[in-house]
Design a binder for this molecule. Structure first.
Ligand code: CDP
Length: 226
């Protein structure tokens, strides 16, 4: 009989979650669940309607919207990442737009959205070995995970990482704006009432500020061996 395993990697923006969880999923040949892309997807879908404000005010309407929209959504979990198709079209760059970036933490603070996505992700992970990456993977979504990791790094290191990444796409991108956005999202993510960003019980904390991705990966592999 095959034993399915779950490894969670949580932490704030640009703490290294995406890079490390990709390396780890590849190394172990596990599927990669990037939960942030689902929060970004819901934000993108809500922004695509002309009725955003009403959805945010009316929880019944919001739930109905999520149920209807997700009938048209297909998620493919691979060890390379989480691929999202809407009406058979791959949605990727859209999820990283400035508009989505500015609103996602507000949408992610809504209880209806969190409950809906928590159930959705648990079903998605059934009978699979996965690396689950996000903000509340070890604390709320998969509290019985086999291994929990929490990555951190200083605000400035994280902002520099995100700035470098963004400069490739937006040449007029400003470091100060990136730093502000990161601090703003950290604040909303850590202070929200439902599933705030927190170090899960029994998680191993790794400060990635001065480590290369390979060094972080090796630390995690050592924990797995233990
Ligand atoms: O790549 P980055 O860490 O900046 O963001 P992400 O993982 O794509 O997540 C985008 C936003 O979704 C975060 O700022 C959180 O507000 C929200 N999120 C969440 O609330 N819970 C999760 N498990 C994952 C993401």
């Amino acid at each position: 009989m095959r034993i399915f395993k779950i490894i969670t990697i949580d932490g704030p923006a640009s703490s290294g979650k995406t890079t490390i969880s990709r390396l780890l999923a590849k190394k172990l040949n596990y599927l990669l669940l990037e939960s942030g892309s689902l929060y970004r997807l819901v934000t993108y879908l809500l922004l695509s309607t002309s009725d955003l404000k009403n959805y945010l005010k009316d929880s019944q309407k919001l739930l109905k919207f999520l149920e209807d929209m997700f009938k048209e959504i297909e998620i493919k979990l691979l060890s390379e990442g989480t691929f999202i198709y809407w009406k058979e079209r791959l949605i990727k760059e859209e999820l990283r737009s400035k508009d989505v970036e500015n609103v996602v933490s507000k949408v992610a603070a809504l209880k209806e959205v969190r409950d809906f996505l928590t159930n959705f992700m648990r079903k998605l992970a059934e009978n699979k070995s996965i690396v689950a990456e996000g903000r509340d993977m070890g604390s709320v979504v998969f509290p019985y995970a086999d291994l929990k990791i929490f990555l951190t790094a200083s605000d400035e290191v994280r902002a520099r990482r995100r700035f470098k990444e963004k400069l490739n796409k937006e040449s007029n991108c400003k470091y100060e704006e990136v730093l502000e956005n990161i601090k703003f999202r950290d604040e909303l993510d850590s202070k929200r009432a439902v599933a705030p960003l927190t170090v899960p019980d029994s998680a191993y904390v790794i400060d990635t500020s001065y480590l290369t991705p390979e060094q972080v990966l090796n630390e995690i592999l050592k924990l797995i061996e233990k």
